[in-house]
Design a protein around this ligand. Structure first.
Ligand code: MCN
Ligand code: MOS
Length: 762
């Protein structure tokens, strides 16, 4: 036991938890000293270039690589002809498929832009040129381009996602006021600044992979299964990442190709996925459509929600972009029914993109609720507060913490909502129409076990060691703050080592679950290391504290002292030297006590031990309310977001500065989603037409207004050991509907299909 002075949280600018420390690696990233995966100097490299299919469906009949192979410097061409000797891996959950071979370069083409061959050469330029000479003959078959293809069909009902209580259809029919509308969202992409790619190097049976990763342990496990080798023999190194947003949580076909090529050649291989290839090497957010019917009384009490949604998926995997994910938990309603279908199309399997499910789901329900407000002639803020959910109607459980009411009221206050005039087109600035809208958002608290190691060094420095990932969200910084707080030392006396599958096991940097999980592990390990040091300091013959009779020690302001201060205080380095210790090393995890090595490995390398928001006595989620102001020029159809105020409940904030930046980042992506982002698919060949950052539009600084963010959360110790809830994704959820609602308020035009581009307003 130790007696620490309680410290104030929330406004501290120092390095303790709750302080506004700047990002540890920020300067390294902007000055070019942070090394990214493709920048490691590896000797004797060969360079691989991917070749992707140019048809949406069919078979590779023949690959003629003779011209490519004839080029001096070309080392190898891999095609569907080559058996790379790989095996299927278990999925994220760790579920093993039937034993079978894995072909990262398959003969059957299921989408345009599928990897089907690779050229490996002495330089990237040579490999690129040789790839152009590879002649591929296809046998093309019929394809379904996307969700809007007339041949796409109704898709397949995802039974486990059906949610129902009460009698929604009957209650809807009996409701005096009803609205029904259909909303859609297009394919959207991650477009992280750092594209995908890797360098792979074999040393005998040891494999090292430099690859941007959101989950070093999980990816190492899947790679080890593909290559049928022991987990310990694979190492992924990923200390710095230029954004992932969900796209870097699993190994992909190109990774297998590069590693297999390195094995065949007996040389390290680097493979950089080009920006256009990025659009189909991992799927973006699936296109969705959803129909929502709301029934209410004349004074605005919700009676029923009937929700039917669909999203596109690939031919070989059912990836649901769950349009009902937020619909069931935002409002109080006694009668509810939601179903989701997946529609297979010839596309890469879609993937997780910031706020999967919750994001398009909030777009539907938060637009629908405002449509109802206008039908009732009621203020949309009032309608939301009137139907506030006092508990989780889906699970029947109480909320652990839900300060959405405070988010709505404090957000409204900061925004000046009371000055709004209700009628559409009633607010303007000269010729410019002004509109205000609200969108609520939510994201579940997901918990996962993690492990961390703390080292107290002889020189008084403290190291935090974990395989966890920082892709820009702030892991390095908050972990340093956590250890600094436990040892009462300045944050720059702490060194954090992350991003390596050889280091202690960690939850994925995904599902907004990492901070809560890994902070718990680091705190636990740091407290244990401090206790070990205290034990030595009170008992070791050479310790200056031995004779004090104290039963604990205080750690504050960089010094260690007995509680009553009888002896002079010592620094960590002084104490370590008095104890003649070079190092104290403590490793702790957050699994139940007694978990064996096998269970531990399973915990870091699969999702088997991950807990959802209602596993336990409470229903746990982060919440937010966005208030958007838009200015619309009707002559040109242009929409500008001129102001945003967003209020959040994410529990306790470990570092408010970083949290605010996470929230703003999410909001900025939400503005892009509302007004700009749209993967355009050529119906004739299923090709993503705008597969580059010139044509796939994301917001730039000049698109982004002043964004005010407000925290209304309180610590939630059911959600995590230190009281925080997830932060990384909730910010994007609810932004697009807030903007769509504001556009309606400005113009009287309801655009139900994103993005709201100018031609839809003319
Ligand atoms: N944080 C905090 N207090 C809390 C919770 C979080 O201070 N109570 C802060 C910390 O700085 C922490 C960060 O918020 O590092 C994110 O924490 P968390 O919500 O647990 O999310 P993860 O660490 O699991 O990060 C993943 C999340 C996801 S799923 C996506 S998608 C996303 C996001 O983070 N991708 C990002 N934010 C991103 N930010 C950047 N710069 N780049 C990405 O690719
Ligand atoms: Mo985030 S989409 O869960 O990586």
């Amino acid at each position: 036991m130790t007696m620490m002075e309680p410290r104030k949280h929330g406004d501290a600018s120092d390095g303790t938890v709750g302080g506004r420390q700047s990002r540890f690696e920020g300067k390294m990233k902007v000055t070019g000293t942070a090394t990214y995966a493709l920048e490691y100097p590896v000797e004797n490299l060969a360079y691989a270039v991917l070749i992707q299919s140019t048809i949406p469906a069919g078979r590779v009949v023949k690959v003629d690589a003779s011209a490519a192979l004839a080029m001096p410097g070309v080392l190898l061409v891999l095609t569907p002809e080559d058996d790379l000797g790989l095996k299927l891996s278990a999925d994220w959950g760790g579920n093993k498929p039937a034993d079978g071979p894995y072909y990262p370069l398959p003969r059957e083409v299921q989408f345009n832009g599928q990897s089907i061959a690779a050229v490996i050469a002495e330089s990237r330029e040579l490999a690129t040129e040789a790839a152009r000479l590879v002649r591929i003959t296809y046998e093309e078959s019929k394809h379904v381009a996307d969700l809007n293809d007339p041949n796409a069909g109704e898709g397949k009902l995802m039974e486990p996602l059906s949610v129902a209580w009460g009698n929604a259809e009957a209650a809807l029919a009996a409701s005096p006021v009803r609205i029904e509308a259909e909303y859609s969202t297009p394919r959207e992409y991650h477009v992280a600044m750092e594209p995908h790619g890797l360098t792979a190097k074999w040393d005998g049976d040891q494999l090292t992979i430099w690859e941007p990763s959101q989950w070093s342990h999980g990816m190492a496990r899947m790679y080890s299964e593909w290559f049928d080798m022991p987990y310990e023999n694979v190492r992924i190194i990923s200390p710095f990442i230029g954004g992932g947003f969900g796209s870097k949580g699993q190994p992909l076909a190109y990774g297998a190709v590069a590693i297999a090529a390195a094995r065949k050649l007996g040389r390290p291989v680097k493979l950089a996925v080009t920006r256009p290839q990025n659009f189909t090497s991992y799927g973006g957010r699936a296109a969705t459509r959803q129909k929502i019917a709301l029934g209410a009384t004349e004074d605005g009490i919700l009676q029923a929600i009937v929700h039917r949604g669909a999203s596109e998926t690939s031919l070989d995997a059912d990836w649901p972009e769950q349009t009902g994910a937020a619909t069931s938990i935002l409002y109080k309603v006694e009668n509810f029914s939601s179903q989701h279908r997946v529609v297979p199309v010839n596309s890469v399997t879609p993937g997780a993109l910031r706020g999967p499910g919750k994001n398009p789901s909030a777009y539907g329900i938060e637009c629908a609720i405002e449509e109802l407000a206008y039908k009732l002639g009621m203020d949309p803020l009032e309608l939301r507060l009137k139907n506030y959910a006092d508990h989780d109607y889906q699970s029947g459980k109480p909320w652990s913490t839900r300060r959405l009411r405070e988010a709505l009221t404090e957000g409204a206050e900061a925004f000046g909502w009371s000055r709004r005039s209700h009628a559409p087109r009633s607010m303007c600035d000269g010729k410019t129409l002004i509109g205000w809208g609200i969108g609520c958002g939510t994201f579940p608290v997901i918990r996962a076990p993690s492990e961390a190691m703390i080292r107290i060094l002889g020189n008084g420095r403290v190291e935090v060691v974990s395989g966890a990932i920082d892709m820009g969200q702030g892991t390095y910084t908050i972990l340093a703050q956590s250890a600094a707080e436990v040892f009462g030392i300045p944050v720059d006396q702490v060194e954090v080592h992350l991003g390596d599958s050889r280091l202690p096991g960690s939850a994925i940097a995904g599902g907004s679950m990492l901070a809560g999980s890994i902070m718990g592990a680091v705190h636990k390990a740091a407290v244990a290391a401090r206790d070990e040091l205290i034990g030595l300091a009170l008992s070791d013959a050479s310790s200056p504290f031995r004779e004090t009779g104290a039963n604990t020690l205080n750690f504050a302001e960089g010094r260690i002292a007995a509680p009553r201060g009888e002896t002079p205080s010592l620094t960590l380095a002084d104490l370590m030297s008095a104890l003649k210790r070079e190092e104290i090393e403590v490793r702790r995890n957050t699994l139940p006590d007694g978990a064996n090595a096998q269970e531990q490995l399973q915990a870091w390398t699969t999702m088997a031990k991950v807990q959802g928001p209602t596993m336990g006595d409470y229903s746990m989620h982060s919440w937010c309310a966005h208030f958007a102001e838009v200015r619309v020029d009707e002559d040109f159809g242009t929409v500008r977001v001129s102001r945003m105020v967003s209020a959040f409940d994410c529990g306790r904030l470990y570092n408010p500065k970083l949290v605010e930046s996470q929230w703003r980042g999410g909001i900025i992506m939400g503005i892009g989603q509302a007004l700009l982002e749209e993967g355009l698919i050529d119906q004739r060949n299923g090709r993503t037409v705008n597969n580059n950052v010139g044509d796939y539009l994301v917001p730039t600084n000049s698109d982004i207004p002043d964004i005010q963010v407000i925290s209304v959360g309180v610590p939630d110790f059911n959600a995590s050991a230190l009281g925080g809830k997830g932060v990384g994704e909730v910010g994007i959820v609810g932004v697009a509907p807030a903007i769509a609602n504001a556009v309606f308020h400005a113009t009287g035009k309801r655009v139900r299909d994103l993005p709201i581009t100018l031609e839809k307003l003319l």
